[in-house]
Design a protein around this ligand. Structure first.
Ligand code: HEM
Ligand code: CU
Length: 565
């Protein structure tokens, strides 16, 4: 179990905190507290993750046999439901709306986000939009794939494209409102002394993500709206038979959806920076480089969408430029991975669960990122495009990256959020099981794709069966690991030991308030006098950092270090 370092600034057991300050459904559904809104997101987003996961398992069950278990049409609806739910209703909101919402104000020493009511509105947008998606699926589903390529989606599909489009449109506003809130909050609500270069890297990552959200998401909204208009009013925007251009849709879609990859991965990278620093008790090597690489990724992320159109009508020369730029965007990502690794070097590393996920992220994201270079290579991509190679690549990035980061962060801050510790033994076991299951699921898919298995096919030649069976076995193991995590988290809410303010001996303002924090986050506004990730003199800093705050005398950890106040 994590070692205990002096309990600081607790409200004491039985004190008022954000969880027990107000009871009943009303106090939750009308809350303006960013922490409660984060919990609302945690519950609802997790439900969609489970639904998306069930669809994943159905996909894998279908592919156990070469002839496929379901009708091809049913299969189309299954993978579309899986993709839509995982991307729009799980990955995009997971880290920012849950961990970001909870932590961003606390980490900068603010009482809440800049616009608490807009924050609540953002959750309602999520719920309403996601319900449209769910209704569309229950009412028979959508068969276009999560990319909605035209003219199929506008003129030919007889599935619930419109409903799910409306859902995605509304959920887009949820992300935009969250992004807006984050940007304004970071600019205007930092505690005294919290300079830009003292911000935790989690904040830098979320700031960069918020910029991407603000610039990219409206494009998605417009794209989906145009699709809906063409579907309903039959105007020729994308359908060539009416004078439209189907490739225009692809440009618009990927102008959002490539940056969206970073909406999914950047926040997780922010989590990983916290995990690595705190679990190896070292400042991140090259803090400024890691901070700036988030912004670089945000900017470059907008310049590479054309790598999804290598086999469309795009000219070879344009393809060349997009290929080159895609390689360039690898540089800031590589800086992060390099600097995390350098941070680990000679660190006093603890292998508690959050760190297992942190290390898992680095390894899996590395594979995901490197295979991205394969798909960004003009010639090679012609061979692997629309095959399982691509499926494997983006699952290594999105599951190996975003999901691992999300789970790592959830473990690191679980005690902070809920006031209860999760059982470390079970959590480590689940992390290892997930890692094994994940690789067994998706590594064979690289081989399948290279050998020519196309994506989105319900049946396949028998020689691919062995690899598909391995993949389904892996998915089963992965599913068991996820089920374990969900179970012990729920179990811990009642039975977990009580969390102390700073069980990991971590740095960061969130560890200077009680677990769970009081409604206003801090009893007095903190004044920051130290750099991010200053580990050694941390106990001293507690004292220095809160001038004028009465200190409880019974804190031996502090007095050992000579106080100066
Ligand atoms: C048990 C774990 C999972 C399994 C077995 C699985 C399996 C699959 C399969 C077989 C496909 C291909 C459908 C096709 O195009 O033929 C697919 C597509 C996809 N998966 Fe997963 N998946 C899993 C988890 C996830 C997670 C956690 C995410 C996101 C967080 C995700 C996101 C996606 C997306 C975006 C697609 C694309 C759908 C499309 O291209 O139409 N998957 N998945
Ligand atoms: Cu891309």
């Amino acid at each position: 179990m994590p070692s205990e370092i002096g309990a600081v600034h607790t409200n004491g057991d039985g004190g008022l905190n954000y969880l027990n300050n107000g009871h009943g459904l009303r106090s939750w559904l009308l809350t303006k507290d960013h922490k409660r809104i984060a919990i609302l997101y945690l519950i609802t987003v997790s439900i969609f993750f489970v639904i998306g996961g069930v669809f994943a398992l159905l996909i894998r069950i279908n592919l156990l046999s070469p002839s496929g278990l379901f009708e091809p049409d049913t299969y189309n609806r299954l993978f579309t439901a899986h993709g839509v739910i995982m991307v729009f209703f799980f990955l995009v909101p997971a880290v920012p709306a849950i961990l970001g919402n909870f932590l961003l104000p606390i980490m900068i020493g603010a009482k809440d986000l800049a616009f608490p009511k807009i924050n609540l509105l953002s959750w309602y947008c999520y719920i309403v939009g996601a319900c449209f998606g769910l209704v569309a699926i229950i009412a028979g589903g959508v068969d276009t794939g999560w990319t909605f390529y035209t003219p199929y989606s506008t003129s030919f599909s007889n599935s619930n494209v419109l409903l799910v489009g409306i859902g995605i449109f509304i959920v887009g506003f949820s992300s935009i409102l969250t992004g807006l809130n984050f940007i304004v909050t970071v600019h205007t609500m930092r505690a005294p002394g919290m300079t830009w270069f003292r911000l935790p890297l989690f904040i830098w990552a979320h700031y960069a993500t918020a910029l991407v959200i603000m610039l990219a998401t409206p494009v998605l909204a417009i794209t989906v709206a145009l699709m809906a208009i063409e579907r309903v009013a039959h105007v020729g925007i994308f359908d060539p038979s009416m004078g439209g251009d189907p490739v225009l849709f692809q440009h618009m879609f990927w102008f959002y959806s490539h940056p969206a990859v970073y909406i999914m991965v950047l926040p997780a990278m922010g989590v990983v920076s916290e995990l690595i620093a705190n679990m190896s008790r070292k400042n991140i090597f090259g803090y400024k480089f890691v901070a700036m690489s988030s912004l670089a990724i945000a900017v470059f992320g907008f310049l590479v969408w054309g790598h999804h159109l290598f086999v469309s009508t795009q000219s070879v020369y344009l393809g060349l430029i997009f290929s080159f730029l895609s390689y360039a965007v690898a540089i800031p990502s590589a800086i992060k991975v390099f600097n995390w690794t350098a941070t680990l070097f000679k660190g006093s590393i603890s292998y508690d669960t959050p760190m297992l996920y942190g290390l898992g992220f680095i390894g899996l994201f590395l594979i995901g990122g490197m295979t991205g270079l394969f798909t960004a290579a003009l010639g090679l991509d012609v061979h692997i495009t629309d095959t399982y190679f691509v499926i494997a690549h983006f699952h290594y990035v999105m599951v190996g990256g975003s999901l691992m980061g999300f789970l790592g962060g959830l473990h690191l801050w679980w005690g902070k959020m809920t006031g209860r510790n999760y059982p470390e033994y079970w959590a480590r076991a689940a992390a290892v099981i997930q890692f094994v299951g994940f690789n067994l699921t998706f590594f064979p898919q690289f081989l399948l794709g290279y050998l020519g298995m196309p994506r989105r096919y319900a049946s396949y030649p028998p020689e691919f069966q062995l690899l598909h069976v391995l993949s389904t076995a892996g998915a089963t193991i992965l599913g068991i690991g996820m089920l374990m995590t969900i179970s012990y988290f729920i179990w811990s809410l009642k039975n977990g030991t009580r969390a102390t303010p700073n069980p990991w001996g971590a740095s960061g303002l969130e560890w200077h308030t009680s677990s769970p924090p009081p409604t206003e986050n801090f009893l007095t506004t903190p004044i920051v006098t130290w750099e991010a990730y200053e580990f050694a003199p941390m106990e001293t800093m507690d004292v220095l950092g809160y001038p004028g705050e009465p200190h409880t005398p019974a804190q031996p950890v502090h007095s050992e270090h000579g106080t100066e106040d």
